[in-house]
Ligand binder design. Structure first.
Ligand code: PMP
Length: 306
């Protein structure tokens, strides 16, 4: 069976072409919805597909839905089971991306969340690198500010927030960079279009606080836990000024899609010596072993599909 041809939609599994929505749906007109991005890793030695921190992603979806006022029926445990079943039905035997989406499909005209016709969809697709994890990427500081948690909740994953990401990354790419780093409205480093940012300074990891208008990130939380525990690298969570980007020893972006991607240049200046640094490479290696269930103490983060 070709990959990703089955979707979960409105309480059942169906061919993906049948998982459609009207052009009148509020989710499309006003962005009244939220979503998740989850990865599953294929381990050929075990013939197993492991979904990384699946439950945590669905807990975040539940939080996102609560924040935007969109009630959803299945609880996180049920959504984990739905996801496993969907992966099996699609027969994925490669690294796979999973996209759960909750949205309001009501036809009613005004831009308010209505209790009727809230839907959940989940679809899947094969996915290797989202960003270049081997060479690393460059970024520019965006002229678009990160939307604040009091504008469109940045802590959650509302679909509407991704116009902010699209404007920023579009501008960066048009100027020849791979990614955009957005600042908060008061000028501190927030995050990239779909990744968190970490600097390595004097052997320590430094990352913006979760009050700096960035997503409650699953990979960020993972890095904050594994760096001190497994590499004895201290972490510092604090506000970061733009100019610190120019003097960091190393930097990397992280996220479900990006995994751990070296950031090798910012605003046309090399980060460190302009190549992925040793701390970044160690973290990258550790992260990839964890997501492929190669480190026993983190096995509870890896949900088997088959
Ligand atoms: N920031 C934004 C804006 C994102 O969309 C993502 C991707 N979900 C991330 C950061 C990384 O978050 P996570 O590690 O939970 O995927």
């Amino acid at each position: 069976m070709p990959d990703g041809t089955i979707a979960y939609y409105r309480g059942d599994f169906c061919p993906i072409e049948e998982a459609t929505v009207s052009i009148r749906a509020k989710g499309l007109n006003y962005g009244l919805g939220c979503f998740e991005g989850i990865r599953a890793y294929w381990c050929s030695d075990e013939e197993q597909l492991y979904v990384f921190r699946c439950r945590e992603h669905y807990e975040r979806l539940r939080h996102s839905c609560r924040i935007i006022g969109l009630p959803i029926e299945p609880d996180p445990d049920e959504l984990v089971e739905i996801t496993r079943e969907l992966l099996r039905r699609n027969g994925h035997k490669e690294d796979t991306y999973i996209r759960p989406l909750a949205f309001n499909a009501s036809f009613q005209l005004s831009p308010i969340m209505t209790p009727d016709d809230n839907r959940i969809a989940v679809y899947t697709m094969p996915l290797n690198d989202y960003l270049d994890t081997s060479q690393g990427v460059t970024a520019s500081v965006s002229s678009w500010r990160r939307l604040s948690d009091n504008t469109i909740p940045a802590r959650a994953k509302p679909t509407a927030a991704y116009l902010n990401s699209a404007l920023a990354r579009g501008e960066a790419m048009a100027c020849g960079f791979d990614e955009a780093i957005m600042l908060t409205s008061d000028g501190y480093v927030s995050e990239a279009s779909a990744e968190h940012l970490f600097l390595v300074m004097g052997g320590r990891l430094v990352t913006p606080t979760s009050q700096d208008d960035n997503l409650d990130g699953v990979t960020r939380r993972t890095i904050l836990e594994i760096a001190p525990a497994d590499l004895s690298v201290a972490v510092e969570v604090r506000r970061i000024s733009r100019t610190e980007l120019y003097v960091a020893d190393e930097a990397f972006l992280c996220g479900t899609g990006a995994q751990v991607t070296p950031l090798v240049g910012v605003d046309g200046r090399p980060v460190g010596d302009g190549k992925a640094g040793p701390v970044t490479r160690k973290l990258q290696d550790l992260y990839l072993r964890i997501v492929k269930n190669k480190i026993a103490k983190y096995a509870h983060w890896c949900t088997p599909t088959y």
